[in-house]
Design a protein around this ligand. Structure first.
Ligand SMILES: Nc1nc2c(ncn2[C@@H]2O[C@H](COP(=O)(O)OP(=O)(O)OP(=O)(O)O)[C@@H](O)[C@H]2O)c(=O)[nH]1
Length: 518
């Protein structure tokens, strides 16, 4: 019995121990599950941090999280852990390569930036320090990102600079050519007085160191001014036509009115004539059929009274008609007088405009259009009379140097003085025009072959003797001249070409000379 009791108490002891052991094991398992949860959370965060970098790594980490869901599966997870470890190492190597590539790309970008010529020196220095910094390798993306930010900042600053000072496009020869042609065109077009200062400024801006924007602005402004002038001219013409139209319709009204009045008067007058004729006939009849002289007297007195009445009415009508006619004529005269005045002022304006269109604004010499007109006239004279006609082209020597050394406005003044000298050196019947730039064309009729060289040499000497003084420096300005005579059936433009070729020779033969194409 005692044994049985002992056994029972041992069993219960064992049961108690077993219970305690199970409890301890359960507690241990809970603690491990808790640690496992922490590990899973960590892997979860790691997956999130790496997500998108590497698809394979994303899958492995997802599988691992699934396997680690309970402690019992930890054993199975080991292989997945190893795989994830390998991929992580590969990913690290790949990131390192990528960072190296990115570093190279950044270095290239910096080299490009350094090529921008207009960089301010401070920025240049900063970029060159930065370039040195870029020679060190990056270890993480966190090394890389700030450097990218720096490059972006450099671009930003450069962009700001460009925006502040306007983008400076390179000026190509064709831009220079366009600027030169525009400046020349501006010398040939006559602008209104109030526009001239602006045009002078534009011309000046085109001959000095200009930017593309200046050229584009110049085109825009010139176009605007021209359109404005055309619009004004159009308005003036329209106003004139309006006045003309008004006057004509007034005249038409007067004429129509006096016509209808005349028609009416004519009808009344015709009726009165008929009445008079009837009365005259009546008198005639009374005389033929007369029996009693007293009765005849009475009848004739009656007829004569009617006749006088009709004649009185006719006279009244004629007087009224006369007055009406006088008034109409007076109205017409007034209208025509007004119209005449208007036409006169329009003609004057047209004449002024025409004159302006034919003058070069800078030198006040005839311009190219005027030259063409005069060439036609002189050529027709030559064809009619066969008197000699010479064309000479004169060009100022090294004029560019004057502009470059003393400024464009000094160049302009020089042109004005030389233009005056050329004009004064010629006779009334001779003609000089500014052909463009620093080139002048002379038309010289009726000059004998033996006289042309001395004449042109006198012109050349006259220019040479002008005492120019720029910036207190005595300067001699010379011209080269080429000339040719119109021959046989040659067109005057062909003569001009020969004169121009002679000028070219004079320029080649050290300038300041006259060459005639005989
Ligand atoms: N100031 C001023 N300069 C002008 C005008 N029109 C043309 N020019 C300038 O005249 C100069 C002509 O230069 P080039 O054609 O090289 O001739 P150049 O310097 O006279 O030399 P050569 O003719 O070979 O002796 C250019 O600099 C033009 O800008 C103008 O209206 N005013």
């Amino acid at each position: 019995m005692k044994d049985a009791a002992t056994s029972t108490s041992q069993v219960s002891l064992l049961q108690q121990k077993l219970y305690s052991a199970r409890q301890a094991m359960e507690e241990m398992s809970d603690a491990q599950n808790e640690k496992l949860q922490t590990l899973m959370q960590f892997i979860g965060q790691l997956s999130l941090a790496c997500k998108g970098q590497n698809l394979e790594l994303d899958n492995k980490l997802a599988k691992l999280r699934h396997k680690l869901a309970s402690f019992s599966q930890v054993e199975d997870s080991l292989a997945a852990l190893n795989e994830a470890d390998v991929i992580l190492k590969q990913q690290y190597a790949r990131v390192m390569l990528q960072l190296e590539d990115s570093r190279q790309s950044l270095s290239n970008m910096v080299r490009q930036i350094q090529r921008v010529e207009s960089l301010p020196s401070k920025l240049k220095l900063e970029i060159s320090y930065f370039k040195k910094e870029l020679t060190k390798p990056f270890h993480t993306y966190w090394d890389y990102i700030p450097q990218v930010e720096k490059v972006a900042n450099f671009y930003d600053e450069i962009l700001k600079e460009q925006l502040n000072f306007g983008e400076k496009f390179e000026i190509l020869p064709r831009h220079r050519q366009s600027a030169h042609e525009l400046a020349q065109l501006l010398s040939e077009i006559e602008f209104k007085k109030e526009q001239r200062d602006q045009i002078t400024q534009i011309k000046k801006s085109l001959t000095e160191h200009f930017e593309l924007d200046t050229l584009l602005d110049a085109y825009q402004v010139v176009l605007g001014l021209l359109l404005d002038n055309i619009a004004k001219e159009k308005t003036a013409s329209q106003e004139f036509l309006f006045v003309l139209n008004n006057a004509l319709s007034n005249v038409q009204d007067v004429v129509t009115e006096s016509y209808s009045h005349s028609v009416k008067s004519f009808q009344v007058s015709k009726q009165l004539n008929r009445d008079i004729n009837v009365e005259v006939d009546n008198v005639g009849d009374a005389v033929i059929e007369f029996e009693d002289i007293d009765e005849l007297k009475a009848q004739i007195t009656n007829h004569l009274a009617s006749l006088r009445k009709s004649l009185g009415r006719k006279e009244l009508l004629e007087n009224r008609e006369q007055a009406q006619l006088k008034q109409s004529v007076e109205t017409l005269r007034q209208e025509l007088k007004e119209l005449g005045k208007e036409t006169e002022s329009y003609k004057e304006r047209l004449f002024e405009q025409q004159k302006l269109n034919l003058l070069d604004s800078l030198t006040q010499l005839p311009n190219r259009s005027a030259l063409e007109e005069r060439m036609d006239i002189e050529y027709r004279n030559y064809q009619r009379t066969s008197q000699p006609l010479w064309v000479a082209v004169a060009d100022i020597d090294h004029f560019k140097t004057i502009n470059d050394s003393f400024g464009h406005s000094t160049g302009d003044k020089t042109l004005q003085v030389i233009a005056m000298a050329l004009k004064n050196a010629l006779r009334e019947s001779e003609f000089v025009a500014r052909y463009g730039g620093e080139e002048f064309v002379l038309l010289l009729p009726n000059i004998a072959e033996s006289d042309i060289q001395p004449l042109l040499n006198r012109v050349r000497e006259k220019v040479k003797s002008i005492p120019f003084k720029f910036k207190n420096q005595r300067i001699t300005v010379t011209v080269s001249i080429g000339a040719a005579q119109v021959i046989d059936n040659e067109l005057i433009n062909e003569t001009f070409d020969r004169a121009d070729a002679a000028l070219y020779k004079a320029k080649n033969e050290s300038r300041d000379r006259v060459i005639i194409d005989f």
